[in-house]
Design a binder for this molecule. Structure first.
Ligand code: AMP
Length: 402
């Protein structure tokens, strides 16, 4: 495997460095940041380049302007936030390409930072456009990717841009950390037992991960909506439980996964909470997952499943979690997800296990109870995490290695 270079391998003195970050942070209606984790995690990369006396040109997308120059999605609001965090004045320019932008970049002095306007104000950013890549490349002598959460996307600044920098390209410290932690699971080198918990509703985004993780995990727990296609194929009656995009589910792949599981590492819920309608005031009962009556819907894992999964988590030394165990948005069906969140936090603090959690829903579930502070690492990318686990790499990483 090719070794990927990081910012630690270079000296950026005097170098105009294009740093692709993901500052697409959630904000409220007053443009106040709700969660600044992504910014916070990229600060060490910015500091490293600055301490080398390099010149930092920050590029990022924000929201979904779809090629339009929308004032509401301008990055201007980040200037004072970044200036405060980095304890230095951050410059801003209201474009990310063109003559004026090049002029601003060329005016940068050693150790200065310039934030450029939203990449997605150009539709070419999301279209892998060579001309747009060339215009961006004019701005720097060095390219750094620290945008893990979009590293699986075929977007110009991720996939094409780095290819224009020969050997002058590398990953930042946020990316390095994410890769390092995910590799604990892919190499099987994490402390054993290694447990992977997958939940949620979109089976197509997780099925290949399941196929891959069979080779590396000691326990592979499949809960939430993605368990039902498996149960159905195993001959169970699942009532009206979610079988998302039935046609797109590759039945052969599910059969193949089940047949490969000769170590019995896959664990499904045995009991579930079923409801007679999809809402918080539905009638509910506990039911065996293989015999859900017609018209009833499985919306959470049941008490025995919680007990079983928590027992596995308790004895695990390396834990990865992506996707809720039920429709946790409804209080009535949130017990399973909350119990898992608590068990992972407890195992991390009491058994010194390593825990890695990704995906907006799982992190939100942890946060409601304040368990997020007890997790070893919260990934900045749910989808990117799954893609990495599936392919053992990502488009952005490949473009750096090439
Ligand atoms: P995903 O993006 O695939 O991680 O899916 C997250 C969504 O899965 C959340 O909005 C949950 O409400 C939903 N979900 C989890 N379990 C179930 C279930 N048993 N039935 C329907 N939706 C579910």
């Amino acid at each position: 495997m090719k070794i990927i270079k990081t910012v630690k391998d270079f000296n950026f003195k005097n170098k105009k460095t294009l740093l692709r970050v993901d500052f697409n942070v959630p904000i409220d209606k007053n443009h106040r940041i709700i969660d600044d984790t992504r910014i916070q995690y990229s600060i060490p990369t910015i500091k490293k380049i600055i301490s080398d006396q390099g010149k930092v040109i920050l590029i990022t997308h924000f929201g979904r302007p779809k090629g339009k120059n929308l004032k509401s999605l301008s990055l201007n609001f980040l200037v004072h936030i970044l200036s405060k965090k980095l304890k230095t004045h951050i410059k801003f320019h209201d474009n990310c390409i063109g003559d004026e932008t090049e002029k601003k970049v060329n005016e940068l002095k050693k150790g200065e930072i310039l934030l450029l306007e939203n990449l997605r104000f150009y539709k070419e950013e999301e279209e892998e456009n060579e001309q747009f890549a060339k215009k961006l490349a004019k701005l720097g002598e060095f390219y750094v990717n620290d945008a893990f959460s979009v590293s699986h996307r075929s977007h110009t600044s991720i996939s094409l841009l780095p290819k224009l920098f020969n050997n002058n390209k590398c990953i930042g410290m946020l990316m390095e950390k994410e890769i390092l932690f995910l590799n604990k699971f892919l190499s099987g080198k994490g402390k054993k037992p290694i447990t992977v918990l997958l939940g949620g509703a979109k089976i197509y985004s997780k099925i290949k991960v399941i196929e891959n993780m069979i080779n590396f995990s000691d326990y592979l727990i499949i809960g939430g909506g993605i368990s039902y296609p498996f149960i159905k194929i195993k001959g169970g009656k699942v009532g009206n439980s979610i079988i998302k995009d039935d046609q797109t589910i590759d039945h052969r792949l599910i059969h193949s996964i089940l047949s490969k599981d000769n170590r019995n590492i896959i664990h499904f819920p045995n009991d579930v909470i079923i409801a007679d309608s999809f809402n918080n005031s539905a009638n509910t009962k506990i039911c065996n997952i293989y015999s859900i009556p017609d018209k009833w819907i499985g919306l959470d894992i049941g008490p025995n499943s919680i007990k079983h999964f928590c027992h596995i988590i308790k004895k695990s030394k390396t834990i990865l979690w992506n996707g809720p165990m039920g429709v946790f948005e409804f209080k009535k069906f949130s017990t399973g997800t909350k119990s898992i969140a608590k068990a992972i936090a407890k195992s991390t603090t009491e058994n010194e296990s390593f825990s890695l959690v990704g995906g907006g829903d799982s992190i939100a579930a942890l946060k409601t109870e304040g368990y997020d502070k007890k997790i070893s690492y919260l990934s900045t990318g749910g989808g990117a995490m799954l893609e990495y686990l599936k392919n053992k790499s990502s488009i952005g990483i490949q473009s750096i290695i090439m």
